[in-house]
Ligand binder design. Structure first.
Ligand code: FAQ
Length: 311
């Protein structure tokens, strides 16, 4: 029977059809989706912190309202993604436990500090920009609930990216100090944003299989190229310098040549040793513990409702 099921699954993938929660799927496909979707959800939830840091200090009421809306969107994305992962047989409690125990991965990018207001611009422009490049192809991921969640998430990321660009544009039209602050933030976020796409293709153990299953549609390095191609003209409009003296477009290959990404730094951050890994996790743990009474109250309420209905 499994031979037939495998053939049906292979046929669906081959013909660009979607795999849905009740369909048979190989264990390894289920596992890799749980891995990627839960890591993605955790990134959104942890990713609320660097910007949450500036909500009380945003420079105007309008900026504060926009930033609050963006951080709320991130919470929403985390919840859609957890829901998508749950369709594969893992519970939200299990995922949250893995995160607060420090056993789950989340994007390296959220372990860097946000010391200035310009960081809100750089995060929107670079981090959300990288997220869009990575996620637009995921709208066509072979697993239905993941691909569909990505459609709405990408629309919201696109607004996030523009708001970051607009923060930087405003700063770049301001005083000397404001322009320096914007440039400094871009200098700090540029390289970590390039690393978000994951290790180089020859060091990316999951890529080949994920591409065969049509979860990933492009390799890590291909998406990094696209991202740089998107940034270059935008940087010109901003009047910001991308901090890579080796960056140049090679007419012959049609590719950007770039300086070397500091992969040792990246792997250190992924191993948990980045500047703010410990602080980010502790904050999440504290929030989880402080919310325990809400979860208990909701569970108790649900229990009483169920009792009443069975009477
Ligand atoms: N950080 O073999 P590969 C956002 C791990 S956007 C940490 O290439 P794969 C929006 C990888 O998990 C950010 N770990 O893996 C936002 C694997 O380890 P494992 C989230 C990383 O899966 C904006 C190992 O390295 N976006 O949140 C990273 O084929 C602003 C080997 O790597 C997503 O998660 C990294 N950067 O490709 C929110 C997108 N890169 O699991 C707030 C969905 C790699 O075997 C504010 N995910 N690793 O133990 C993906 O597209 C893929 O999972 C990749 C990695 C491309 C991230």
């Amino acid at each position: 029977a499994d031979v037939d099921a495998q053939a049906v699954f292979d046929g669906l993938i081959e013909n660009e059809q979607r795999i849905e929660p009740r369909d048979w799927m190989p264990d390894a496909y289920r596992k890799t989706l749980i891995r990627q979707i839960s890591q993605h959800g955790h990134s959104e939830i942890i990713g609320m912190q660097p910007e949450g840091n500036w909500i009380t200090r945003a420079p105007s009421l309008k900026r504060k309202a926009i930033l609050m809306a963006k951080v709320q969107d991130e919470a929403g994305h985390g919840l859609y993604l957890y829901s998508a992962a749950q369709t594969l047989g893992i519970t939200r409690d299990e995922m949250m436990q893995q995160l607060i125990d420090g056993k789950a991965k989340y994007s390296s990018i959220f372990n860097y500090p946000t010391p200035t207001w310009a960081d809100m611009g750089a995060i929107g422009w670079l981090v959300d920009g990288a997220a869009i490049c990575n996620q637009v192809p995921l709208c066509r991921a072979s697993y239905g609930p993941y691909g569909r969640a990505m459609v709405r998430i990408c629309k919201e990321e696109s607004f996030h990216q523009r708001q970051g660009f607009e923060i930087l544009l405003t700063l770049m039209q301001g005083s000397e100090e404001q322009r320096a602050m914007a440039q400094d933030a871009v200098n700090r976020w540029y390289w970590p944003a390039l690393a978000m796409f994951g290790p180089p293709d020859d060091q990316s153990p999951n890529s080949a299989q994920s591409m065969q299953w049509k979860i990933k549609r492009f390799s890590n390095d291909d998406l990094r190229q696209r991202f740089v191609g998107m940034l270059v003209p935008q940087a010109e409009i901003l009047g910001i310098t991308l901090p890579d003296p080796d960056l140049r477009f090679d007419e012959e290959t049609g590719l950007y040549e770039m300086g070397e990404i500091d992969w040792e730094d990246f792997f250190e951050v992924v191993r948990g040793n980045g500047p703010l890994n410990a602080e980010r996790l502790q904050r999440r743990r504290d929030a989880h513990e402080e919310g325990a009474w809400v979860r208990e109250a909701a569970a108790e309420y649900a229990r009483k409702q169920a009792l009443r209905q069975s009477e």
